[in-house]
Design a protein around this ligand. Structure first.
Ligand code: SAM
Ligand code: FES
Length: 352
């Protein structure tokens, strides 16, 4: 390893920050040895902050209707092959009840940008989950909404929001999205969410089409500056019915490399090991500096339909099976699944 690179790694560990140029050089130096060195530092950092605890969140993919047309996404509006579904309020509540019985204390409601779920319907749903399970954290991932909408959902009991920024490079954003979508609005949404008081998660796909080390350095600098409580990253995986059907998938190695860098930059951050990571490598979710897993609580009948990319894993298992399987996999590498709410260390407790 050359001295400049060694100095950068040392700086990243001590100061949690590098310049754009240093990040680019680090990303370009990506090698098996460098990945192993950073992963071992990342594991040390994670263990110092979280021990062997892994947090679980119950994921409910409650609608795959979407008004947007992101070029990479299998549930984009323009995909007429997608079989659409939308869970009823009762079905969503029953997923939460079932999840509660299984020990989940965080529910993540994720969906496409479905106009059916107006503020009135969504706040009613969030308030009812909050009423039934006041000891649980409600996380939303509903895409871009107005500040008023985010505020109303927060007031109804939602405390966390996941909205990947997708890329911090405006030109790259426009290569991944149709002209009708705006980079500025995405960034405004993230800032509104934070301002309101949500624990916020941003993130991006690793190996998305046209991504360069310079763009990834933009992502890392944005994340360093934004200081989210959670960062969701996973490999890009092509979907046959999208504009990017023929684009190359992101790799496990690059994703793990970035997870290590993120852990070193933000030692306290909640880092989910995503399903996309598990999809490209059978043991993908056991690795990296991650400390959160999100088993699927959606009814088995609809899981295949929430198809963002091809060959998604865990679409056929019952929730109980899913959590048993995950716990087994985690215990096998000496991690312990923790059932508590798992708030970000700088955000203890509930807001209401
Ligand atoms: N509609 C919400 C939103 O926009 O945040 C939540 C659902 S959206 C489908 C969730 C995330 O899936 C996106 O932020 C994107 O990063 C990821 N995703 C979509 N298509 C993907 C693909 N082909 N490969 C990997 N991840 C993908
Ligand atoms: Fe639905 Fe991008 S296609 S949010």
């Amino acid at each position: 390893m050359n001295t400049t690179l060694a100095t950068s790694i040392d700086k990243l560990i001590r100061h949690k920050l590098l310049t754009h140029g240093e990040f680019v050089a680090l990303l370009q130096a990506n090698s098996e040895q460098l990945r192993a060195d950073l992963a071992s530092e990342a594991v040390k950092t994670r263990q110092a902050r979280f021990g062997n605890r892994i947090y679980i969140r119950g994921l409910i993919e409650f609608t795959n209707y979407c008004k947007n047309d992101c070029l990479y996404c299998g549930i984009r509006h323009g995909n007429t092959n997608a079989e659409r579904y939308r869970l009823t309020k009762e079905e969503i509540l029953s997923c939460c009840d079932q999840g509660y019985q299984l020990g989940f204390r965080t529910f993540v409601l994720q969906g496409g940008e479905d106009p059916y779920f107006t503020d009135a319907r969504m706040t009613d749903l969030v308030a009812e989950i909050h009423r039934r399970h006041p000891d649980c954290a409600i996380t939303l991932s509903l895409g871009e909404r107005s500040r008023e909408s985010y505020q109303a959902l927060y007031d109804a009991g939602a405390e966390r929001y996941l909205l990947r920024h997708e890329t911090a490079n405006a030109a790259h954003y426009h290569m991944l999205h149709p002209a009708a979508m705006s980079f500025e609005n995405r960034m405004q949404c993230l800032s509104d969410l934070k301002d309101i008081g949500y624990q916020v998660g941003c993130g991006f796909m690793v190996g998305s089409p046209f991504q360069t080390p310079e763009m990834l350095a933009d992502d890392l600098l944005f994340i360093q500056d934004f200081r989210p409580q959670m960062v969701g990253i996973g490999p890009f995986i092509s979907h046959k019915d999208t504009v990017f059907a023929d684009k190359k998938n992101g790799t496990l190695e690059d994703t793990l490399f970035l997870l290590s860098i993120l852990r070193l930059m933000l030692p306290d951050v909640l880092l989910p090991a995503t399903t996309a990571l598990g999809t490209i490598a059978p043991n993908g979710r056991e690795l990296g500096g991650s400390n959160v897993v999100m088993p699927n609580l959606s009814p088995v009948g609809v899981r295949e339909q929430y198809s963002l990319y091809d060959n998604k894993i865990c679409t056929g298992e019952e929730s109980a099976q899913c959590i048993r399987c995950l716990s087994g996999r985690m215990e096998s590498i000496s991690y312990h699944i923790t059932v508590d709410r798992g708030d970000a260390p700088d955000f203890p407790g509930t807001h209401s």
